[in-house]
Design a protein around this ligand. Structure first.
Ligand code: GUN
Length: 296
């Protein structure tokens, strides 16, 4: 059984990005610039955004963090998005989700210019990705695809079962794994109303769990020799940790790992890849900007 080390892979990719950026800066170019918008004080969101800013530093990017209290109105937030859309110094930006209840997340997501939407959440990017056109692909599915590629895990013709149908992970993952130029796999998506869930999971050559339900995937749901990808990162109480919690994946690792040919751990699997893919998307946004300004 092989542990798929997302932390090491992400560190390597960030080093590759950094050397590319250093080469650009060495010949007088500017560094890519990512902005992040954080509203309120959700503990998880604050950690994610802090890690995104740290990843920018590791890649040699410029970063700008804009923080607002959760009393900000939807109109004010839309005006921030508009300013970022029109700021020539910023190649890409993200608005960290979730947003407070009085703000329509979809409206904010759709207000972001697709060519600056490095999260890949705008319907234009989702649609382009789903028909195989160049687009920003959302970071978690792109991170999983990259891990499978870097670990030489064959996906062509394999049976991929995805548990979860979220817009951020399940749906784009299914679309990517299905497409010829990406996974080229046979794909099934399971969800809360699927019948015979354990039996369907047991058919999978590659099982991707993205439901946010701690230790949901147990040994009886996994075919011996399968590759298991765990997207879950639920905070569960743990009195032995200084923080009072630990991150628990969607897979019962102790039970399932001995059965697998390869598995991602939590933490240190898919999570670090997600931020790393945001950096790759930002580098791509930068290249697109530089290319289009040299043509105009
Ligand atoms: N909240 C949880 N994951 C993400 C993400 O990838 N991007 C943004 N903007 N918000 C998130």
């Amino acid at each position: 059984m092989q542990i798929i080390d997302g932390k090491a892979t992400a560190t390597q990719i960030k080093a590759e990005i950094k050397s590319e950026v250093e080469a650009i800066v060495a010949v007088g170019g500017r560094a890519p610039h990512l902005a992040a918008v954080l509203v309120g004080h959700d503990g998880g969101s604050e950690t994610y955004v802090r890690n995104k800013v740290l990843a920018c530093e590791a890649c040699g990017f410029q970063s700008t963090l804009l923080t607002f209290e959760d009393t900000i109105t939807e109109e004010e937030l839309l005006s921030v998005v508009d300013q970022l859309n029109n700021d020539f110094n910023i190649d890409g930006f993200i608005v960290q989700l979730p947003l407070p209840k009085h703000i329509d997340e979809q409206k904010v997501t759709e207000a972001i210019r697709p060519d600056k939407d490095v999260d890949g959440f705008h319907p234009v990017n989702v649609g382009r990705m789903s028909i195989g056109l160049p687009a920003f692909i959302s970071a978690t599915p792109l991170g999983i695809l990259t891990l499978l590629q870097r670990y030489n895990i064959e996906t062509r013709g394999k049976k991929v079962v995805i548990i979860g149908r979220s817009n951020i992970v399940g749906k784009p993952m299914a679309s990517l794994m299905m497409q010829k130029q990406f996974g080229d796999s046979t794909v099934m998506v399971l969800h809360s109303h699927s019948h015979n869930l354990a039996q369907e999971c047991r058919q999978a050559d590659i099982l991707i769990a993205a439901i946010g339900s701690p230790a949901f995937v147990t040994a009886d749901m996994v075919k011996p020799g399968a590759v298991v990808i765990d997207v879950g990162t639920t905070r569960v109480p743990d009195a032995t940790r200084a923080s009072g919690f630990r991150l628990q994946g969607d897979v019962d690792f102790e039970q399932v790992a001995p059965l697998c040919s390869a598995i991602t751990p939590v933490p240190g699997g898919v999570g670090p890849m997600t931020i790393c893919m945001l950096m790759l998307n930002t580098l791509q946004a930068y290249k697109n900007t530089v290319e289009s300004s040299s043509q105009s």
